[in-house]
Write a protein that binds this ligand. Structure first.
Ligand code: HPA
Length: 273
């Protein structure tokens, strides 16, 4: 059997030894949103460290566990703390949790992140519905022997972010009077923030926001046939667009400032997916 798939099966067994909960929707929470998982009706939590072979997150402020339970009566699994490529894991490990949530039964995936705004009309604190992504500058998580059990060798990526889900998200944002931008997310490896020249490059590619996560997860999820949507919180203007240096504190502060709004939007969406 494919080595990556074998590891996934082992991880699934580790989780299923703790819970037989079957989620419908999977969520991966970015900076500032992590505590949404503490606010659901929790049925079971599973620390990543309890799962055999699981990559464990190292970023301060990122918890490392799956939370199973009900959000707005919908059975969900939440990844509280994601795994980033810049931590040093190979891409196949970075997307392992996403695949695992799919293999535990989740058919739908909601991705969130903090991102730098490339589009000159964006302001820190804005939300951006991800319409598409660019992963050209990172290794594909699908490189290596294909996992036939999950999907095809050459998967179509012409609609990574579900048009159906995007319609629902736009409706719910409007109802909540939340301004929702729409744009293309560019994933780079990090961990350094970009140079101004790199941001100009991303803009010329057609990017509206830049970050260090999400698109690889979306790709792995689409490969295995999950329906995917994503929302970025624009925490800062990207490098070279504002005076001053970029730092993680600014990112965290903006994410925290708009977290309540963001959580409200996520809850409204989950109900309707
Ligand atoms: N660049 C990359 N990742 C980010 C940024 C940024 O400006 N802001 C939040 N995550």
């Amino acid at each position: 059997m494919n080595e990556v798939y074998e590891k996934l099966i082992t991880c699934r067994e580790s989780v299923m030894a703790k819970t037989d909960f079957c989620p419908e929707v999977a969520l991966i929470l970015g900076s500032g949103l992590g505590n949404l998982a503490d606010e659901i009706q929790i049925v079971q939590t599973v620390d990543y460290s309890e799962i055999e072979g699981f990559p464990v997150s190292t970023v301060a402020g990122h918890k490392g566990r799956f939370v199973f339970g009900y959000m707005e009566e919908v059975p969900v699994v939440i990844m509280q703390g994601r795994v980033h490529y810049y931590e040093g894991y190979p891409m196949k490990d970075v997307v392992l949790p996403t695949r695992l949530m799919g293999m535990l039964g989740a058919k739908k995936l909601i991705l969130t992140n903090a991102a730098g705004g490339i589009n000159t009309t964006y302001q820190p604190g804005d939300f951006m519905l991800i319409t598409d992504h660019i992963t050209t500058a990172i290794p594909s998580p699908l490189i290596g022997e294909n996992i036939e059990e999950l999907g095809v060798r050459f998967p179509d990526m012409s609609e990574v972010y579900s048009v159906r889900m995007r319609g629902i998200i736009k409706e719910e944002a409007k109802k909540l009077s939340i301004l929702l931008r729409e744009g293309v997310y560019v994933q780079l490896t990090g961990p350094a923030y970009e140079t101004p020249a790199e941001i100009r490059m991303c803009r010329s590619w057609g990017g509206d926001a830049v970050g260090m996560s999400t698109a690889c997860e979306a790709m792995a999820a689409r490969h295995m046939g999950m329906e995917v949507c994503g929302i970025s919180c624009i925490t800062n203007l990207a490098a070279g667009m504002a005076s001053g240096k970029l730092d993680h504190k600014e990112v965290q502060e903006t994410a925290d400032r708009v977290a309540e709004q963001f959580k409200k939007l996520i809850r409204a969406i989950v109900r309707r997916l």
